[in-house]
Design a binder for this molecule. Structure first.
Ligand code: PMT
Length: 223
């Protein structure tokens, strides 16, 4: 058995995509499968944590022995996270939250017209991980960064801008890792350091990332 580095700690993890409705039958989304977030949930359980997963729509079985909160849109995810964040010691934002949503949701199915062009106006969604990190009693907050270029530069920039304790960057331009793949590879940054987690199954990568998070969390919170 693994040492219970996070025994009794409460961890919330966001996972999967969000769906942003255009009308009753259409939405905008992305290719997140939830596999990385669900693997993190199992890894956190293995270290003794009480785990809440706030999950967008995915085709995965519920993570064992975790509290699963199912949501659809970014606004739903935001509300579900905020409703329970005060109870959390650690927050990990692995979900691929839509940055924008359609400004209005048509009440009826939008009809095809003779126009060759159709414009959907989008407005910004709340940045969930940034809002969590900005709370007065913020939990130890870990973000992800999905990048297709300049991974280190953009990841460090996101960590600083969103005031995160750590950020796990994946290069989502590589095939066989990242969105909807079985495997992943991460570069993890925190203010005083960085390390690489080599390409491996999302379960292995999640176990290694949780070790790093537990180490930094325990270093930050021990007197
Ligand atoms: O689900 P899988 O198929 O297993 O794929 C895993 C993954 C590639 C989705 C995952 O490893 C990953 O990179 N997740 C973050 C995806 C993402 O949206 O990255 P981003 O760089 O756009 O966002 C940066 C951070 O802000 C993320 O922690 C994200 O959860 C958070 N965010 C973004 C927008 C928003 N409105 N609210 C947020 O909390």
């Amino acid at each position: 058995a693994q040492p219970q580095l996070l025994a009794g700690k409460n961890i919330m993890i966001t996972a999967g995509p969000t769906r942003e409705a255009i009308d009753p039958v259409r939405y905008i989304s992305n290719h997140s499968s939830g596999k990385m977030g669900y693997a993190l949930a199992q890894a956190a359980r293995s270290l003794g944590a009480n785990v809440t997963v706030v999950s967008g729509p995915v085709a995965l079985a519920a993570p064992a022995k975790c509290n699963l909160v199912k949501v659809i849109s970014a606004l739903d995810m935001h509300d579900a996270v905020m409703a329970d964040i005060n109870q959390q010691d650690i927050f990990i934002a692995c979900a691929a939250v839509a940055d924008y949503r359609p400004a209005t949701i048509a009440e009826q199915k939008i009809k095809k017209t003779n126009n060759d062009e159709m414009i959907v106006r989008m407005i910004k969604n709340p940045d969930i991980v940034a809002k969590v990190a900005a709370l007065e009693n913020a939990p130890f907050t870990v973000g992800f960064a999905a990048e297709t270029q300049d991974v280190e530069h953009y990841a460090r920039d996101k960590m600083q801008r969103k005031n995160l304790a750590m950020i796990a960057a994946n290069d989502v331009s590589q095939s066989g890792q990242g969105f909807n793949a079985e495997d992943n590879a991460l570069t993890v940054f925190w203010p005083q350091g960085m390390t690489q987690i080599a390409l491996a199954s999302k379960q292995d990568v999640a176990a290694q990332l949780l070790q790093l998070i537990a180490t930094q969390f325990n270093a930050n919170t021990s007197p």
